[in-house]
Design a binder for this molecule. Structure first.
Ligand SMILES: C[S@@+](CC[C@H](N)C(=O)[O-])C[C@H]1O[C@@H](n2cnc3c(N)ncnc32)[C@H](O)[C@@H]1O
Length: 302
């Protein structure tokens, strides 16, 4: 079991306690973009932090568990850089799951070719999405098409095609077939290091709680009042956060949990003696916002 360690006392200056040095926003362009998704709430900007965290572990985790995978950039980066023995990604949404099942199977090439040969127009996109998918790989194609042509990458009900998009290019503004196909093919080269599970990440944590040789990355959908509306972003957004924190308390291995900075989250973390750090990131409107990182013990890298 982990115990909370007191914060080190900061240097005293003439004027009292020195403020901590300002943390820099990560330039996401510096992170290798491996995911075929443009995922709402995606954690590309957290990849350097996760990398440092894992590199500082005494023993390389034998399994890195990405509990709420979404676009999977963290798990993919860990697998690509061999920062753990294996990576397990879990996602409940069947549309997103179809993409991971396909990319991690022999159908990856089919999906890449389908994306490359698709002639994007509003009519073609409508027709492709109206069709009933008869198998997993067709559903995967529809999901990528939606994710890349819908507003904000949001595929949940209520979303729809980008209207003006980037530079007035409309639905084509985020449809980069060459890039998406290249990423799919690249993931295929290290797919044996990843296991994907379509299911409930919380249940998986319960089953793994006794293990000491793993590490968890926990990025749940969050819907604090007045905060970014997880309910608008994801089809599956309902989580019992108190229960999630209780399960985190039973984990024998290290974890990193990320949340919007909200008083309710700080309270849940404090009451369980977890450690809280903040990391700056660029918000949707290019403003600087702070995201919370909750960990069982303080991390010197944060
Ligand atoms: C904040 S997003 C994760 C984003 C991801 N870290 C990324 O970088 O793209 C949360 C994800 O959790 C998924 N989800 C919701 N409930 C879940 C559950 N019980 N088990 C697994 N995944 C779940 C949602 O569908 C959504 O994709």
């Amino acid at each position: 079991m982990f115990h909370k360690i007191e914060e080190p006392v900061r240097q005293l200056s003439l004027f009292g306690v020195e403020p901590p040095p300002k943390k820099k926003i990560v330039n996401v362009a510096s992170v290798k973009q491996l995911s075929p998704f443009r995922y709402p709430g995606g954690k590309t900007w957290l990849v350097p932090t996760v990398r440092q965290w894992l590199k500082c572990q005494k023993h390389k985790p034998s399994e890195f568990i990405e509990v709420f995978a979404g676009g999977g950039i963290v798990g993919l980066s860990v697998a690509n850089e061999r920062l753990s023995g294996h990576v397990t990604m879990i996602e409940l949404d069947p549309e997103i799951a179809a993409v991971w099942h396909t990319i991690l199977s022999d159908d990856a090439q089919w999906l890449a070719k389908e994306i490359l040969s698709f002639e994007l127009s509003i009519d073609n996109a409508r027709r492709a999405l109206e069709r009933t998918a008869t198998n997993t790989r067709e559903k995967a194609f529809q999901t990528i098409l939606k994710n890349r042509t819908f507003h904000g990458g949001i595929i949940a009900a209520g979303s729809g095609f980008l209207k003006s998009g980037e530079n007035g290019k409309g639905i084509a503004s985020r449809w980069y077939p060459q890039t998406i196909a290249k990423r799919i093919r690249y993931i295929e080269t290290f797919r044996q290091r990843i296991t994907f599970i379509e299911g409930d990440g919380i249940q998986y944590m319960r089953e793994m709680a006794h293990r000491q040789d793993v590490a968890y990355f926990i990025d749940p959908p969050y819907t604090a009042p007045g905060k970014r509306a997880g309910s608008r972003l994801y089809t599956f957004f309902e989580i019992d956060h108190e229960q999630l924190f209780d399960i985190a308390l039973t984990l024998r291995a290290d974890f990193m949990m990320t949340y919007d900075d909200a008083a309710s989250v700080r309270k849940m973390a404090d009451s369980r003696n977890f450690h809280i750090a903040t990391v700056p990131m660029k918000g949707t409107h290019h403003n600087e916002v702070e995201e919370l990182l909750v960990t069982p013990v303080p991390k010197h890298i944060l």
